[in-house]
Design a protein around this ligand. Sequence first.
Ligand code: TEU
Length: 546
Amino acid sequence: EADENWWRGAVIYQVYPRSFADSNGDGTGDLAGVRSRLPYLAELGVNALWFSPWYPSPMADGGYDVADYRDVEPVFGSLAEAEKLISEALALGIRTIIDIVPNHVSAAHPWFREALAAGPGSPARERFWFRPGRGEHGELPPNNWPSQFGGPAWTRTTDPDGTPGDWFLNLFDSEQPDLNWNHPDVLAEHEDILRFWFDRGAGGVRIDSAAMVSKDPALPDLPDPSAGADAVLPAHPYVDRDDLHDIYRGWRRIADSYPGARILVGEVWLPDAERFARYLRPDEMHTAFNFDFLACPWEPARLRTSIATTLAAHAPVSAVATWVLCNHDVTRTVTRYGRADTGFDFATKAFGIPTDLELGTRRARAAALLTLALPGSVYLYQGEELGLPEVEDIPTGKLQDPMYLRSAGTNPGRDGCRVPLPWSGDVPPFGFGPAGSAESWLPQPDQWAARTAEIQSADPASMLSLYRAAIRLRADTPELVGDGAFAWLDSRPDVLAFRRSDRFVCLVNLGPAAAELPAHQELLLTSGPLAEDGRVPQDTAVWLRA
Ligand code: TEU
């Protein structure tokens, strides 16, 4: 139904197509696999699915190197299948959000192949950032920008006559040449891509690397490149330029021309809430991922500040906050929360850090109730509802993430959070594919036999049962769905307590001491067992009805 506000309190589930479900046994996920699991997603109670790119791609960066936006990668299925998936999901009340990656295309994209073949100085190269190198023979990159994946953000080409040629800019992998958004073809092409998918029923788009898309044409050196790619790029002075807002206002006009809210969700990695909030306007993006909250340590004061800052930044523009703990780029929550440092930073991502998975799971369960009680929309990354940990012992030969391959192994990469999901059975592929399937593209740990969706479905104490109960209760509690009232309640510094109306209260005890339950309140849901005396133990959250 053309419900203009479906997104304001939505629970949105991220599907990473390669690793969700494999219908044909080739070891890689596909859209038919997702279609067969729509009843599972409907039972979980999610309102929308966000698909990481499903387009034709050499998979140099897990599909974020797009070769053709108007088709589906054959390993995932066909365009017709994507259209069936969108309509079947909609019949269940579940909308589909697709991923658009405006910053770059795959080196296999026709535009880039044309640019390479056309040679230096050709108009076809204007759609990208080609520049002669520095140094006597042009052997040095044109500026000092680092790639997100290690090394310089420049790749040298060989001219059609075989001589070393110009360089092109790639903020990510060398297979992902950056587009030049000052070129009219680039804007026109992306506006047409939006219409192509909105015409096919997409309920929204997630905008990849949204703040990095426009560059200062002078491409000046960074003042201090030594700060490392993650600290530098999203925050450097040449990111987050004003003309980006013109681009997204144009996209919003297109989205608003379709019936039923078609939302723009920005991946805006910016270090401060004020700059972040500039993208959230009634005439620009509907919402953007709240990475400040995602990266926040499991500490009461930091969480309180992150929540308060987020709400303050969103209120003036009546935007909707997002509460996200995990995605296909970061360490899975259960593992992160079981470590001494529970924060997240790409620069310090590593495997092998001592992790207490029981503690991490207890905190992740409490965080599930915290996020689902806050005003705004909640994003769930596939497997988060199963409490899956990061897989840290993937055989080196199997790792495929450019963040690992390009960083000479210093950064373990992101494959650890992209391992195919366990659905049923007690041996790999745990129902990810049919019996007799080829080995899944990333190997699954044997321990996942105990974590399958099938086992958790039958266990009222499982993470899956907790998420199902919480999402259902949230949907039945009007004051929770949407960005309604919010007020902190007086509490100890290590207890987060707030109410969403005069009848709904959430209390999260980060401990160490157990916390009293407020008097005369009905206990609706708890993330874990209460103490014998009825108090709330450390790392436990409760929902109460006054
Ligand atoms: O992530 C890009 C991105 O914004 C993060 O990598 C961030 O820039 C940084 O590393 C933290 O400051 C998106 C996708 O989510 C990711 O999977 C792709 O690899 C990347 O864009 C390129 O498309």
